[in-house]
Design a protein around this ligand. Structure first.
Ligand code: GUN
Length: 205
């Protein structure tokens, strides 16, 4: 069935889903999770923070009028960057739609997956949706390094193989205060009706 989303050759559907994971984690994935000390991520998948830049900068996301009077409130500053490993696996095969205020640079380390972006920060009543495959088959047009600007909702899922391992560097550094999930209502507000059907399984429940 054809997709309503540019970049997707056929309708976006999960191969593996959290409710029907196709398998327990394989021994090699279990061993990778242990070796990298990965923890379950609330977005789905697993992660480990591997760097938090000790350079501290003023929080660029504060409204201008609050600058200066934020005192020693933690929200007044951010680490200049943070980096994580992020893993999608057979047992945890999808990252649900969420958004960060900071921009994120992603690099594939191993495997293949599909990313879906909802450009919520752009003009227009209904927002542009974009999808692409990440991996290391460059001749097939897979992206191995890509940037997601702040303000866009991002979802991801495993499209075959054992796992997808990426690194993500967020600038400025990650804080939950700069992070939110997309809700079903939010999805309905942001995208066209036919796209809601195609994307709702990537909304966190
Ligand atoms: N803690 C929970 N989620 C994240 C994340 O996505 N990045 C970082 N750096 N820390 C986190």
């Amino acid at each position: 069935m054809s997709s309503t989303i540019p970049g997707a050759p056929s309708k976006l559907t999960p191969i593996y889903t959290p409710r029907h994971p196709s398998a327990e984690e394989s021994p090699s994935t279990q061993s990778l999770i242990a070796a990298l000390n990965l923890q379950p991520h609330i977005e789905g998948g697993y992660f480990a923070e591997i760097d938090r830049n000790p350079l501290v900068i003023p929080n660029p996301f504060l409204p201008q009028e609050n600058e200066g009077d934020a005192g020693d409130d933690d929200d007044a500053v951010r680490n200049a960057s943070t980096s994580i490993y992020y893993l999608l696996s057979r047992g945890a095969p999808q990252g649900c739609f969420h958004r960060n205020k900071g921009r994120t640079v992603h690099t594939v380390i191993e495997g293949r997956g599909r990313y879906v972006l909802i450009h919520a920060d752009e003009e227009g009543e209904k927002k542009r949706v974009e999808s692409f495959v990440v991996g290391r088959d460059f001749e097939r047009g897979e992206k191995s390094v890509w940037v997601v600007e702040g303000g866009k909702f991002k979802g991801s899922y495993l499209i075959g193989g054992e796992r997808l391992l990426v690194s993500e560097t967020v600038v400025p550094g990650f804080e939950y205060a700069d992070h939110d999930f997309l809700t079903r209502d939010g999805l309905e507000r942001l995208v066209k009706e036919e796209q809601v059907e195609e994307l709702e399984w990537l909304v966190r429940r």
